[in-house]
Write a protein that binds this ligand. Structure first.
Ligand code: SF4
Length: 314
């Protein structure tokens, strides 16, 4: 069985769903209940959340063959451009991932990212050799302090693995960073800069409280905090600004250190979902009709104007 995000199941023709934005990447998941215990994750060992949740999205399970055939068809017809496999950590996770890649690659040439708890450079290399286009090694936390509070385990081990993987497999490593776990904007943007300098693809997420997790009662990040980090990430990865030239006061971003930033950000691209090419994650952090942290489609001129205001920078 393979689980798909509800939007993915709709694209694959497996589920009826009313939605304003469809995913351009197939979001797939294998396994259930992780051996790790991250404070924010419904799949965590200690969470009592529904087992079919990841972030606020439901992931119904379907026959594996039907999912893989559906992904191959949707790629051939251009309705999907990428597949992203999230492997819930267990003893068999690596073997499950290898099997998945072999099966999918026998049906389609769709680019695939894999997000699983790899523990070594060899394991990363193996997944890339088996046909993964990107391997995501999720830091989730912006710094060691937040990592220790919310994930446990060794920050330095994960950080070193990311550094070494980025060096050995340039352009093929991604990471996820979650905004709203208690980091300052300076801490987050220093890490974004470091990742960008290493050639690591940075995907930003907004912390989303989910019932049954340790953080179920914590508020999501304020929109202005998220917008500043999101816009700064956009400027950093395009090489237009650098974290060390930005100005902060009490950890809050006050100045991008880039004259003319308003014009650069006016097309709204900096407020869209970030990460691997064609990853739009509709409603992953957003309730339909609620606060749009990440826009899954190009912004309207009115949304661009509003997003610039939401930065709360003069
Ligand atoms: S950025 Fe998107 S496609 Fe890439 S690993 Fe993360 S969720 Fe998957």
């Amino acid at each position: 069985m393979i689980k798909c995000s509800a939007g993915t199941a709709k694209v694959l023709g497996l589920k009826e769903l009313k939605t304003e934005a469809l995913p351009t990447t197939a979001y797939l998941m294998t396994g259930e209940r992780c051996s790790h215990d991250c404070s924010f994750c419904p799949q965590a060992r200690g969470s009592s959340s529904r087992a079919d949740l990841l972030s606020r999205v439901t992931w119904p399970g379907y026959d594996g063959e039907a999912v893989l055939e559906g992904v191959a068809r949707a790629y051939a017809s251009d309705s999907l451009k990428r597949a992203c496999l999230q492997v819930v950590n267990s003893q068999d996770a690596l073997q499950e991932t290898r099997d998945f890649l072999r099966r999918l690659n026998s049906k389609s040439r769709i680019p695939v990212c894999v997000s699983c708890a790899v523990g070594s450079l060899e394991a990363v290399g193996e997944l890339l050799e088996q046909g993964a286009d990107h391997v995501s090694i999720a830091l989730d936390a912006a710094c060691e302090r937040v990592f220790t509070d919310h994930k446990g385990g060794s920050w330095s081990q994960k950080h070193t693995l990311l550094q070494e993987a980025a060096r050995q497999f340039p352009g093929r490593i991604a990471t996820h960073l979650i905004v709203g776990l208690g980091e300052t904007e300076a801490e987050m943007l220093n890490t974004v800069q470091e990742m960008a300098d290493m050639g690591v693809t940075v995907a930003l997420f907004a912390f989303t409280p989910v019932k049954g997790t340790r953080l179920e009662l914590q508020e999501p990040p304020t929109l202005d905090h998220y917008r500043r980090i999101q816009a700064a990430r956009h400027l950093i990865v395009r090489g237009l600004a650098r974290a060390e030239r930005m100005k902060f006061a009490g950890g809050r971003l006050r100045d991008f250190g880039l004259p003319g930033w308003r014009e650069v950000l006016a097309d709204g691209e900096g407020f869209r979902t970030s990460g691997c090419p064609d990853c739009n994650r509709p409603y992953y952090n957003e309730k339909p009709g609620g606060v749009m942290y990440n826009y899954p489609v190009p912004l309207t001129p009115e949304q661009c104007r509003q997003a610039l205001e939401e930065l709360r920078l003069d």
